[in-house]
Design a protein around this ligand. Structure first.
Ligand SMILES: Nc1nc2c(c(=O)[nH]1)N[C@H]1C(S)=C(S)[C@@H](COP(=O)(O)OP(=O)(O)OC[C@H]3O[C@@H](n4cnc5c(=O)[nH]c(N)nc54)[C@H](O)[C@@H]3O)O[C@H]1N2
Ligand SMILES: Nc1nc2c(c(=O)[nH]1)N[C@H]1C(S)=C(S)[C@@H](COP(=O)(O)OP(=O)(O)OC[C@H]3O[C@@H](n4cnc5c(=O)[nH]c(N)nc54)[C@H](O)[C@@H]3O)O[C@H]1N2
Ligand SMILES: [Mo]
Length: 759
């Protein structure tokens, strides 16, 4: 097999491989943090910025959605949060001269890593039809172009308004208001590719699509199951919570095809003992096959049912529906089928069962390892069954804990960024603003791509994110985007989506979380909601990257005025000048936000109500939690093929690449790697260090190929493989999605590995 990567990638991708590590955080993380931060920000700005992350008078970390505790450390951030901050607070700039020097064809040939490294965008840029380069444009002209294209549509449903989860509550509320006043519910968002399966499963079973635990609950749990999540990289501050839980006697089970370093051992950089020895977090590691989780939880449920006194009968009687059907399905679970689906041993499952039965207070945490499969919604419903059986919802120290990704993805949904809004939300909007919002459902991410592909959507507007790189089926998505008449991106940094454009394109540069936001009404704060339903203020303290930037609320307000004109009675100008006027409206439209402005004046903010958590009140049709009984599914992989999951390295934030290392997994200097179990590799004749193309196999017969991946023998579960996203998105078929939630199944892609052509 070939021994060098194929040529042509503008960033040298030459992975070197060492043994995976068995502990996360600790000293190397601190050194790494400061190095990365200082390269981007210099020494003084690094100190000024990092001291304000997640402080009560500072800004919310633009990294993940993990909550802050009530007691804050001086340094309330993690290595990867610091990288996210450094990316945004960088001193590097992308000016009109940069665009003059780099025609679109050049930008389109660059890697996402290179594009992101160029710095913050300083001025609005416009790509006229047929032009080779973006050119500087005034804000006024930019909004006039948007108005011209939106007004030319035959129907408002030919426009798409995408949101990525960094957008503040205020900007999100304005964006959905504008879209609905314009006349569409086409509000796809990153959640459609992320925790939509959790939202679908939880809404149906407990009546609210959000997690039911607080940090305090985690600290008090007897048992925490972490399934399909890699917190050491993606939610590093969660490790402190797990450490604290362990100190109070909790046990931890992790369920994952990969042995992830953070779950093995955590070296807390906040304590001297932590730095030296660290804490072993896992009590039991269930190395499950990809997609085996529903089968695992179903069997555990059967075993619980068969254990005398294990079911919380009173809870089941008082607070749930559907028990009989569920119990009949669970009793039919079968050991052999479960062992085949999970790849686990009988003794391992029996050990897990004993830990489950010994626990009075159990929490299940999960992320993308559970949400991005065909049967994700059914899997998460089975997790809910598991918790309901022993009364583990609405009791301190127990509950469901979907760990969200983007720092305000949960808040954006609360603000109405949703293509299928609840009628009650629309009623409230109508009452408050006096227009009739559209009632028919809009398009999610996958359906938006189909609409662009089929010529049914013509204007694409993105409030943040990197739609073409984050979406599945890269070639299909890019071709679809090129059919648009106008593509608009509100962005802080350059990315691939700016290079794959409609006939005309705009880049609208905006303030980030770290930037000071001053409007006619004075200095503004915005608000965000974390993964546990805590809402609080966020204030940037840095001089903005350029005097030409507008805030996200200002961009939406001005766009709305340009598009809707004087016929709109919404006070867009007031909203732009003083965000507290937006919050006054949110307070009247969204339940739980009454007295919003007063509540965020309190340091630390406030917690949104959550019926199941607060009083075992389930806002379902029956007022009770629903047991469900879906058939058990798991991916069937033909012989000679592997099941590929597409995941994050330690040096990236989604499509933003910070660097080319994945320290905990022992990978350095490159991202085109595929992790394969050594025994599978032997059977498939894949030597460690050889190069292979990943070729997708899907029922449509279309060949999807990601060329030139270095094979790494790695202790993943048998039959499974792993490679990084977004390089592998080309392999994820657009119509391979989760039932009900329509989330791309980017964690179950059937591939064959073909030797790469020698170079
Ligand atoms: N530094 C950093 N932080 C981030 C992000 C980032 O890119 N970088 N992204 C943010 C976002 S938007 C999100 S959604 C979260 C993502 O957070 P994660 O969900 O932790 O992210 P992934 O890298 O996709 O990891 C998926 C994990 O699930 C496991 N897994 C895969 N398939 C299965 C399965 O079938 N069953 C089980 N049990 N496990 C499985 C994988 O081995 C891996 O450990 O992180 C957020 N935080
Ligand atoms: N194959 C595969 N695909 C996946 C996933 C996977 O695991 N595997 N994960 C999915 C998940 S969980 C998610 S959440 C999506 C992520 O999808 P997105 O949210 O669309 O992608 P990001 O990479 O987070 O977006 C990064 C861009 O956001 C812009 N940005 C950053 N900060 C700001 C800001 O403050 N304001 C504005 N306006 N723009 C800003 C920058 O220009 C940056 O380039 O990807 C999904 N795609
Ligand atoms: Mo996400």
């Amino acid at each position: 097999m070939a021994s060098k990567p194929p040529a042509g990638d503008p960033v040298q991708d030459a992975p070197q491989v060492a043994a995976p590590q068995h502990a996360a955080a600790g000293l190397p993380a601190i050194g790494h943090t400061l190095r990365v931060a200082q390269q981007q920000m210099g020494v003084g700005r690094t100190a000024r910025t990092l001291m304000k992350v997640n402080q009560k008078d500072g800004f919310d970390c633009p990294g993940c959605a993990w909550p802050e505790g009530d007691k804050r450390h001086v340094a309330e951030f993690c290595e990867n949060g610091a990288k996210a901050v450094a990316e945004e607070a960088t001193l590097r700039r992308v000016t009109p001269d940069f665009f003059a020097a780099h025609p679109l064809s050049d930008l389109a040939s660059r890697s996402g890593y290179w594009l992101g490294q160029q710095g913050r965008i300083t001025q609005p840029m416009y790509l006229p039809e047929g032009a080779e380069r973006y050119e500087a444009v005034t804000w006024e002209r930019a909004f006039a172009i948007i108005a011209e294209e939106l007004r030319a549509l035959e129907s408002p449903d030919e426009a798409l308004f995408y949101t990525s989860g960094r957008t503040s509550n205020e900007a999100a509320f304005l964006l959905q208001l504008f879209a609905r006043e314009f006349g569409t519910n086409n509000l796809p968002d990153c959640s459609n590719m992320c925790h939509e399966s959790s939202g679908s499963a939880l809404t149906e079973t407990i009546g609210i699509g959000k997690g039911s635990v607080s940090l305090e609950d985690l600290h008090r749990a007897d048992l925490i199951i972490v399934a399909g999540q890699n917190p050491g990289t993606n939610h590093p501050r969660m490790l402190s919570a797990l450490e604290q839980a362990k100190a109070s006697g909790a046990k931890i089970i992790s369920v994952n095809p990969l042995p992830e370093a953070g779950l093995e051992r955590f070296k807390n950089p906040q304590t001297p003992r932590g730095m030296l020895k660290g804490t072993a977090l896992n009590d039991l590691f269930l190395q499950i096959r990809i997609g085996g989780d529903q089968a695992l939880f179903r069997l555990l449920n059967k075993l619980i049912l068969e254990t005398g006194g294990a079911v919380d009968e009173e809870f089941v009687r008082e607070h749930t529906e559907g028990f009989e059907d569920f119990a009949a399905a669970a009793r039919a679970a079968d050991w052999d089928a479960t062992l085949a689906a999970t790849g686990l041993g009988r003794d391992e499952i029996e050990r897990a069962l004993r830990m489950v039965l010994d626990s009075r207070r159990t929490i299940v945490c999960w992320a993308m390892g559970l949400t991005q499969h065909k049967h994700s919604v059914a899997t998460i419903r089975e997790v809910v069954n598991f918790l309901l059986l022993r009364g583990n919802i609405g009791r301190p120290g127990a509950g469901v804990c979907p760990v969200r990704g983007h720092s305000n993805v949960q808040g954006d949904r609360t603000m109405g960024i949703f293509e299928r809004p609840a009628p009650a939300f629309l009623d409230a909007l109508e009452k408050e603003f006096g227009f009739a919002p559209p009632r028919h459902h809009g398009l999610d991410v996958v359906r938006s791509i189909e609409a662009l592909r089929d010529g049914k959507a013509k204007v694409f507007f993105a409030m943040g994110g990197n739609f073409v790189a984050a979406s599945p089926d890269t070639e299909v998505t890019e071709a679809a985007m090129r059919r648009a008449r106008l593509t608009v991106h509100v962005s802080t940094k350059l990315n691939r989506s700016h290079t794959v454009t409609g006939r005309r394109a705009l880049i609208l540069p905006t303030l980030g979380r770290t930037d000071k936001d001053i409007q006619a009404g004075g200095r503004q704060v915005v608000t965000v909601e974390d993964s546990m339903g805590m809402v609080h203020a966020s204030r940037g303290n840095l001089t903005p990257a350029s005097p030409h930037l507008l805030s996200e609320p200002a961009i939406v307000a001005r766009m709305a005025r340009a598009v809707l004109g004087p016929s709109s009675t919404t006070p867009w100008e007031d909203f732009e000048q003083d965000y507290s006027t937006i919050r006054d409206r949110i307070a009247r439209v969204v339940p739980g936000f009454e007295d919003f402005n007063a509540k965020i004046a309190r340091p630390g903010g406030f917690t949104l109500p959550h019926g199941p958590r607060d009083e075992r009140r389930f806002p379902t049709a029956t007022g009770k939690a629903n047991f469900t009984a879906a058939p058990v599914e798991y991916p069937e992989v033909p012989k000679g093929r592997l099941l590929l999951q597409t995941l994050r390295s330690h040096d990236q934030y989604n499509t933003t690449i910070y660097g080319l290392d994945d320290r905990y997994r022992g990978i350095k200097g490159g991202r085109r790697v595929v992790l394969v179990n050594p025994e599978d590799a032997r059977e498939l004749d894949l030597a460690d260090g050889s190069y292979a193309d990943l070729v997708g196999e899907w029922k449509d017969g279309v060949e999807r190929r990601a060329p030139g991946f270095r094979v790494v023998h790695y202790p993943t579960a048998r039959g499974c493989a792993a490679a990084y996203y977004p390089e592998t998105n080309v392999l994820v078929p657009l119509d391979s999605t989760a039932d009900t939630s329509n989330t791309p199944a980017s964690k179950s892609v059937i591939v064959r590995l073909e030797q790469s052509p020698t170079v």
